[in-house]
Design a protein around this ligand. Structure first.
Ligand code: SF4
Length: 327
């Protein structure tokens, strides 16, 4: 079987959040001329309240390893790594076959970014590299490198087996009864996902879609559109949520998990935190900070860190938080 043709036909997109077409990525690595190629399975999901890859490792490790094996057979003279976050490393490293090197990531979220992972494996500080060059051309030790996450390798194997039916895994958490990870069709609406999993609330709520830190805030009236590329949903009971505390948590997470490499992110996030602490959401500096972070941060952490704050503040009046909470 020509797996690259099959991956392209399937339209599978990487499940790390970037949504890059997997077949194209594999084709680039395959086509690159080099003495050696590397494969990295990124098992370092780090957004708060997201356990999707953990669920897959726990329940479908064999399929993930088989997906990596398909890559090893596709790229001649290649070496595979699994890049685990610390707790996953502890739990799964002994279950990995000897031909795959296991590597323990640093605890910070940014160490899971693909070029940070390459830096870490090379023994450097895990901080993002400027792209281009992309890892497919110049990755680990300067060689073409395929980086896919756990879920992507799982579906690569499904495609290899001809059993892929356009599904994805959804991690659903928050103020709901039926928390967990569910495999459903890609491109459902959030409303459908919550209903199909018995998680549609009977109270006022809003949703954070795309991760417990960088996910966007959506009103309950905004959930009917079909979505694709979002594997994490967190449901918040509006009446029981203190939005200032929530924003402090996000800011705290980003401050403690960025790499300090560039000024907009390092200093900007700290200023955002201070303004939120002061409950001064009308401060015009806040908008400037959002703009600078979005436009000038070196990597996606800085650029996307703005989304939860700006979306929550924009929808504040519609959310109708309890009157005790003043903007
Ligand atoms: S945006 Fe933040 S995490 Fe990314 S390189 Fe700059 S300081 Fe590091």
């Amino acid at each position: 079987m020509d797996i690259i043709t099959e991956l392209k036909k399937s339209n599978l997109r990487g499940r790390s959040g970037s949504g890059y077409l997997t077949g194209l990525k594999w084709e680039m690595v395959k086509g690159a001329k080099a003495l050696k190629k590397y494969i990295i399975c990124n098992a370092s999901e780090g957004e708060p309240l997201v356990y999707k890859d953990y669920y897959i490792l726990k329940n479908h490790l064999k399929e993930v390893l088989s997906g990596i094996e398909v890559a090893l057979n596709t790229f001649k003279k290649s070496q595979a790594y699994i890049y685990f976050k610390p707790d996953y490393y502890k739990e799964f490293r002994r279950k990995i076959p000897k031909n795959i090197i296991v590597f323990k990531k640093e605890k910070e979220y940014i160490a899971g970014e693909e070029t940070s992972a390459i830096q870490a494996i090379e023994g450097n500080k895990p901080e993002p590299r400027v792209k281009p060059p992309f890892p497919t051309e110049k990755g680990l030790y300067g060689m073409p490198t395929l980086i896919n996450n756990v879920e992507t390798f799982y579906y690569v194997f499904k495609i290899f087996q001809k059993k892929y039916n356009q599904e994805r895994f959804y991690s659903i958490q928050g103020d709901i009864k039926n928390k967990g990870v569910f495999e459903l069709k890609d491109n459902l609406s959030i409303q459908d996902i919550l209903k199909k999993t018995n998680n549609w609330p009977n109270f006022d709520f809003f949703v954070q879609a795309g991760g417990g830190a960088s996910g966007e805030i959506l009103l309950s009236s905004e959930l009917k559109k079909s979505i694709s590329g979002i594997g994490s949903l967190i449901v918040y009971n509006t009446k029981k949520t203190d939005p200032y505390l929530l924003m402090e948590k996000w800011a705290d997470f980003f401050i403690n998990n960025n790499c300090d490499k560039c000024v907009p992110c390092r200093e900007g996030l700290f200023r955002i935190y201070e303004i939120i602490k002061e409950k001064d959401l009308k401060n015009p500096v806040l908008k400037d900070l959002f703009l600078v972070l979005e436009k000038t941060s070196l990597c996606a952490l800085g650029r996307f860190s703005v989304k939860p704050f700006s979306s929550l503040i924009k929808k504040w009046d519609k959310l109708k938080f309890p009157s005790i909470i003043k903007k």
